[in-house]
Design a protein around this ligand. Structure first.
Ligand SMILES: Nc1ncnc2c1ncn2[C@@H]1O[C@H](COP(=O)(O)OP(=O)(O)OP(=O)(O)O)[C@@H](O)[C@H]1O
Length: 625
């Protein structure tokens, strides 16, 4: 089936036809189901208040009618029975009016509080959902990225979900008033409400469909809007501030942002074809329906067949049936603000799509013997070619293995398989003979300490940046100091104005930033902190990329100290670093093509030896390889 352009974001929903909660993805329905989860007492209170408010509208209508009917009796004097009747009707009218005045702020406060709970609940669902999958494949899927964008309310004209909660009681109250008006009209003629109900319903359904379509298109346009949001973030976030200025990217960024944004919102605006025709037809229907009721009412009232009181009530009721039709801003608000709920529920259900499933076996003490990649094959989801195709590799416990190979050979992918961020698509990875998939995934990761090539610079205090190596461990300042020392971070920590509590970002009060090399040492300290708390496998992916020559030399000197007793995987393009490892493997074409100790590989005079010679010659000649 041909797919409309720009509907990529809804592919996931359409494929499953269900939300993550296993129900149809109606935004308002999903919101109604979410309310009690956010707060049961507040939902109950808001429902009660909304129903009370809904009852007040017809009560007001009736009491006005009764008062209008009794008013002529005032001429007989207030002390008479007719006068008492007028006073009673007036008192009831005042009571209803005051109740309405009191209900309004009560609804506002309750809806406001429930709205905040729903906002928090939605945010929690999205955070937990996107963080819970053990693997990262789903998060790299563009359709998931689109759902995440929507779930965060970043689509075109999306409104905060709390606005939907405040719109709901107003909608209930309006609909109830409309229904009561229709019922009251039966008193005039049994058929009187029918033309009005039909006309308002038809026009309401047309407008409602239009809104749903607009919100749908809005969802489908998130790929463009995500690009626009990215460009805006690049311009404003500060991380790219230097390059933007040096390369003169400002006009390009503004232009591309504008184009992507307009392309995204254009889809929404461009979806009103035929709406004008429907508006005209709806207008004609409404005029005809009103005429069908008002003309007989005027005639019968003029002939005295319908009294003043009833005429007053019926006139209000005719006007009141409008609440059965399209409720303008209220419905727009509800549709746009509740649109975040289905994608939020889908993101909440992300773990169901995850292919990385935890086993149950404990991992404490592993590896005692070693880690083995056995005929491992791997292809990224949607990837054209396999990264590995029968890779065999043995990593003895307590030893160090360096992995070398050209850019894109799959070195980092090897680490992802080791950490079970992805699972092999063929073959297996074992530790002490047990398939990694049979181990409890958290327990196995507890055995790992990784410095990723693209390690994260958390804009948080230095203590957290290192402490994240063992986030569940109690605060341990001595361990922090030891790790900082081993990673060569002492001078940087000593220079922090508030020591370990200094935020490592200029965007926070008293915050500071570190140099690239200092950040890399911090990432190393984080991994060492994990080792302090039980990790037995240390993975260093390009650990010296940001270090100066002296720092790199220092790391070489400390390498044995750093890795003592640990099973170490070292990935590096710097052969001076690589040769520190017990064994080296050369990855090419999805397999290990050479492996052995540095001297053995040099003696083999193969790829490793040639690459080593090339880099040595480049350094000797004063250029970097
Ligand atoms: N998330 C991903 N989705 C699809 N393909 C990917 C993904 N990550 C990496 N690849 C591809 O997998 C291959 C191996 O990438 P990997 O990052 O493992 O290489 P590498 O050997 O670490 O490279 P480098 O030396 O440049 O760091 C590359 O062709 C890359 O384009």
């Amino acid at each position: 089936m041909a797919r409309r352009p720009g509907t990529r974001g809804t592919r996931w929903t359409r494929r499953t036809g269900r939300t993550g909660q296993g129900r149809a993805a109606s935004p308002v329905g999903a919101l109604l189901r979410l309310l009690p989860r956010a707060s049961l007492p507040l939902t109950a209170a808001l429902t009660a208040l909304a129903l009370l408010d809904a009852a007040l509208a017809p009560a007001l209508m009736l009491s006005v009618g009764v008062l209008a009917g009794r008013l002529p009796g005032i001429g007989a004097g207030l002390g008479t029975a007719a006068g008492h009747g007028v006073l009673t009707a007036f008192a009831v009218l005042c009571g209803v009016y005051v109740a309405g005045l009191l209900a309004e702020p009560a609804i506002e406060v309750t809806a406001g509080r429930l709205g905040r709970r729903v906002t928090a609940c939605t945010a929690r669902l999205v955070m937990r959902g996107s963080l819970r999958p053990a693997g990262i494949a789903a998060l790299e899927d563009p359709s998931v990225a689109d759902r995440l964008t929507l779930a965060q309310g970043q689509g075109t004209g999306m409104l905060p979900v709390a606005r939907a909660v405040t719109a709901l009681p107003a909608l209930v109250s309006a609909r109830a008033a409309g229904a009561t008006s229709a019922v009251l009209l039966i008193g005039f003629h049994w058929w009187a409400p029918l033309p009005l109900i039909a006309a308002w319903t038809v026009s309401g359904i047309w407008r409602d469909r239009e809104v749903r379509r607009a919100v749908d298109v809005q969802a489908g346009s998130t790929t463009e809007l995500r690009r626009a949001e990215y460009l805006r973030a690049v311009a404003l976030d500060g991380g790219a501030a230097k390059e933007i200025r040096v390369f003169g990217l400002s006009p390009w960024l503004v232009d591309r942002f504008t184009r992507a944004w307009l392309a995204g919102v254009g889809r929404v605006g461009g979806n009103r074809r035929g709406a004008a025709v429907r508006d005209v037809v709806a207008g004609v229907l409404l005029v005809a329906a009103h005429a069908a009721v008002l003309v007989p009412l005027a005639v019968e009232s003029g002939h005295g067949e319908v009294g003043v009181a009833r005429t007053t009530v019926y006139l209000q009721a005719v006007v009141g049936t409008a609440a059965l039709g399209w409720l303008g801003d209220l419905q727009w608000t509800l549709a746009r603000a509740s649109a975040v709920v289905p994608p939020a529920l889908e993101v909440a259900a992300l773990p169901e799509r995850d292919t990385v499933v935890s086993g149950a076996l404990p991992a404490a003490g592993l590896p005692a013997s070693g880690i083995r990649f056995e005929k491992t094959a791997f292809r990224y989801p949607g990837g054209r070619r396999p990264v590995f195709d029968g890779l065999d590799l043995w990593l003895p416990a307590g030893g160090s293995l360096a992995v070398v190979g050209a850019n894109g050979a799959g070195k980092t992918t090897l680490v992802k398989l080791l950490a079970r961020l992805h699972d092999p698509t063929g073959g297996r990875v074992t530790v002490d003979g047990t398939d990694l998939r049979d181990l409890d995934v958290s327990a196995w990761r507890h055995q790992l300490a990784v410095v990723f090539q693209d390690f994260v610079r958390y804009e948080l205090p230095a203590r957290d940046n290192v402490g994240f190596g063992a986030v569940r461990a109690p605060r341990d300042d001595e361990a922090l100091a030891r790790c900082a020392h081993l990673a060569g971070l002492d001078p940087a920590v000593a220079a922090l104005a508030h020591g370990w509590d200094t935020p490592l970002s200029r965007r926070f009060t008293d915050g500071t930033d570190l140099s690239g090399g200092q950040w890399q040492r911090l990432a190393l300290a984080r991994a060492l902190y994990a080792v302090e708390h039980g990790a037995r496998v240390l993975v260093l992916d390009e650990p010296t990329a940001h270090l100066d020559v002296r720092a790199e030399a220092e790391l070489y000197e400390r390498f044995l100290d750093l890795t003592r007793g640990l099973t170490t995987v070292l990935i590096s393009h710097r052969f001076a670093t690589v040769r520190l490892a017990d064994r080296i493997c050369y990855v090419e074409g999805g397999r290990v093509v050479e492996q052995g100790a540095h001297d053995e590989l040099i003696a083999q005079d193969g790829r490793y030896a040639r690459a080593f010679a090339l880099q040595s010659a480049a350094y000797a000649g004063g250029t970097h390889a």
